[in-house]
Write a protein that binds this ligand. Structure first.
Ligand code: BEZ
Length: 220
């Protein structure tokens, strides 16, 4: 542990498999409670600030792809330190300039209480802006994956959709998603735990590298 850290900074970071901490806050669609979004997937993501170039491109693209997230039973929820009225003004500017309405909620977190609970604020940064953290939360409220990008790099929306597809296909097929997996492609089965199957396998990799047949998922 870094001995210069305060106890709050050294609090255990959220990990895959943790329950997503609940919160209530004001948002652009009215008051929201995280646990009110159970029974569907939820992508909760932070952005550094409203009215900034990279963030604007992310929101335009996410709004344009909103139907793709909906098709996968997934809600989007954004969060930054900016005020609700800043969010409104930014969404109005995005609508007027790009002809796209951002209809998913953007939460205000002026005290950073949510951002800190989710580890979205880099403790060593000089300002309080949240970095580009993304949490993939399953219908039971469990964090299943997370990514963290720096302020100067925008997220890939196709990769967000691919991650959602992969997580859903893992559950639906009780299988593993290999590198570069795309919906419709074969997945992998867990390695056998039976020594007889290891010795009886057709070749030296067949007992641990085993493809499934056709897989199903919402993204396809
Ligand atoms: C951006 O969204 O463009 C941005 C935000 C904060 C720092 C740097 C870039």
């Amino acid at each position: 542990m870094d001995t210069n850290e305060t106890p709050a900074e050294s609090a255990r970071a959220l990990r895959i498999g943790d329950s997503a901490p609940d919160f209530e806050a004001r948002s652009t669609i009215g008051p929201v409670k995280l646990s009110g979004f159970r029974d569907r997937w939820l992508i909760l993501f932070s952005h550094p600030a409203d009215f900034t170039p990279v963030c604007t491109t992310e929101f335009v693209e996410l709004a344009r792809q909103a139907d793709e997230f909906e098709k996968r039973d997934c809600n989007l929820m954004a969060l930054s330190v900016d005020s609700l009225f800043s969010h409104f003004a930014w969404l109005r500017a995005i609508r007027d300039r790009f002809d796209v309405e951002v209809r998913f909620p953007i939460v205000e977190d002026p005290t950073l209480v949510i951002g800190r609970a989710y580890g979205m604020v880099a403790p060593k940064d000089n300002d309080s802006a949240t970095v580009r953290t993304t949490f993939f939360i399953d219908p039971a409220g469990v964090i299943r994956a997370m990514t963290c990008y720096p302020a100067n790099m925008g997220r890939s929306i196709p990769e967000m959709l691919r991650m959602l597809d992969a997580l859903q296909a893992i559950d639906a097929n009780e299988a593993l998603a290999p590198a570069n997996w795309q919906p419709g492609e074969p997945m992998l089965r867990s390695p056998t735990q039976d020594l007889d199957e290891v010795f009886g396998a057709g070749d030296e990799t067949a007992w641990f590298l085993r493809e499934t047949g056709k897989t199903t998922g919402k993204g396809k």
